[in-house]
Design a protein around this ligand. Structure first.
Ligand code: GDP
Ligand code: IMO
Ligand code: MG
Length: 423
């Protein structure tokens, strides 16, 4: 059976968690392919609001198997906290939560290195979530990392000690004020490791290969967004993994020709948390309104998200890089009540109007060109069929589809699982 892929097309927080949870009923397996606890995926249903960081968003469906793929980086301490937070839901993780032996482990010193690196950058800081993501992927590509599978061998603690010592020397090299008590951090780290050892560690590429032979349906869940991709994002203000479609192949061991549908998810406007360029960012009442109505605060760090109009140039780029076959538009309800809406359809760049993403999209180089749309007044959150939506919203949707040449199959009108319109 073919594999489907769901990923974010903007700078993250598009609503991936909500839609993966919504779609899980159609799949046997949900598999996360990259990122780590920098992600915060929010699920709302039956009066429950729950944020997941590393655990795939299919976990609340008892029949689904959730795989944490080799492309993911795992912080045992955060993972343990996630498991504890799920304890009250009576889920049986033994059979439904499987971890790849090839996933890399975030050490306490990776988190410290993240903090030291960010502090040393001063104003040029990335705005990292400080979960140790960058340093862990650096050790992975530098061939120094410790993987989940290493925990099954006795000598992993020697490897750990060597690496932690090296990290401490590096932290000193940064020569910035990072206070820590490594003994305490290690205590909780080793305790968490003992506890996650009760879960099943698997050769996930083999497992997923066999699942395909057995005609199981698989949905690969992305984290972050395409514009945070290490290669195609707004470098260096990006995360340290491939968030785009190719990341699912390397992050799960799935062959490219096995991928069928690529679901691209975007907000009806744009948000970004952390530093970096954001051409359509708003600093006025409209932006403040999006932030307030959309409750735009990071699910992982609680930081306010920057808000702005929909950027179709950037979205087109993301659709292209990912080969998106179906779109899902989130948070349309947040735009209710705006008299006029704007969509960026081109950039003014070096005196010319362009419709692609240039190498440098810093504000001083480029200015968005907007097309205006009439807004709608109605609260749309109680609508359950597409036809009943206000005509002006349907016009907005039609314009996006025509520009991107991809159909919008889901329109989300609220955070709850039920507030989802399937076309
Ligand atoms: P993710 O990282 O892509 O999973 O997204 P987050 O969970 O970080 O952020 C999306 C936020 O928007 C969460 O608080 C969701 O509950 C919420 N949300 C998702 N879809 C909608 C929607 O259609 N309307 C509104 N108002 N909120 C939504
Ligand atoms: P989800 O999966 C939004 C941002 C950080 C920072 C940059 C690098 O919930 O969409 P890192 O911690 O990776 O070193 O941070 O990337 N970032 C996210 N922004 N949603 C996320 O995940 C993010 N994960 C990382 O704010 O700008
Ligand atoms: Mg999020």
């Amino acid at each position: 059976m073919a594999v489907d892929l769901l990923l974010g097309l903007q700078w993250g927080d598009e609503g991936k968690g909500k839609i993966v949870d919504y779609l899980t009923k159609n799949y046997n397996i949900i598999a996360r392919f990259q990122g780590g606890p920098n992600a915060g995926h929010t699920l709302e249903f039956d009066g429950i609001k729950h944020v997941l960081h590393t655990i795939p968003s299919g976990i609340f469906h008892k029949e689904a198997v959730n795989v944490v793929g080799n492309g993911v980086v795992i912080d045992p301490v955060i993972f343990q906290k996630e498991l504890n937070a799920l304890a009250k839901f009576n889920l049986d993780f033994k059979e439904t939560l499987l971890i790849s032996r090839k996933a890399h482990i975030i050490l306490p010193t990776h988190r410290l290195l993240d903090a030291a690196s960010e502090t040393s950058k001063g104003k040029a800081k990335i705005g990292s979530t400080l979960k140790g993501i960058g340093p862990t992927y650096m050790d992975k590509t530098g061939r120094n990392g410790i993987r989940i599978g290493d925990l099954e061998f006795d000598n992993w603690k020697e490897k750990y000690r060597q690496l932690a010592n090296k990290h401490q020397a590096l932290i000193e090299f940064y020569n910035v004020d990072v206070q820590y008590n490594l003994k305490e951090l290690e205590h909780e780290f080793f305790e968490a490791i003992e506890s996650i050892k009760s879960l099943q560690f698997i050769d996930s590429e083999e497992y997923l290969h066999q699942a395909q032979i057995d005609n199981k349906t698989i949905l690969a869940e992305g984290a972050q967004g395409s514009l945070l991709d290490i290669d195609f994002g707004t470098y260096p203000f990006v995360t340290s993994s491939n968030t785009t479609a190719a990341g699912a192949c390397t992050g799960l061991g799935i062959a490219p020709n096995k991928i069928k549908n690529v679901f691209g998810i975007f907000k009806a406007y744009t948000t970004r948390v952390g530093s970096g360029p954001f051409p359509t960012e708003l600093f006025d009442e409209d932006g403040a309104r999006m932030a307030k109505v959309g409750n735009e605060f990071g699910a992982t760090t609680g930081r306010p998200r920057r808000c702005g109009w929909l950027d179709l140039v950037a979205l087109k780029y993301a659709v292209q890089v990912n080969g998106v076959t179906e779109l899902m538009m989130m948070k349309g309800d947040v735009l209710s009540g705006f008299k006029t809406l704007k969509v960026c359809v081109a950039y003014k760049y070096k005196g010319e109007e362009i419709q692609h993403l240039p190498y440098n999209i810093e504000a001083e180089n480029l200015e968005p060109v907007y097309k205006e749309f009439k807004g709608w007044k109605e609260d749309i959150s109680k609508h359950s069929d597409f036809d009943s939506l206000p005509q002006t919203l349907k016009d907005y949707i039609k314009f996006i589809e025509d520009e991107l040449h991809v159909p919008i199959k889901i329109v989300s009108v609220g955070p709850d699982r039920k507030e989802t319109i399937l076309r």
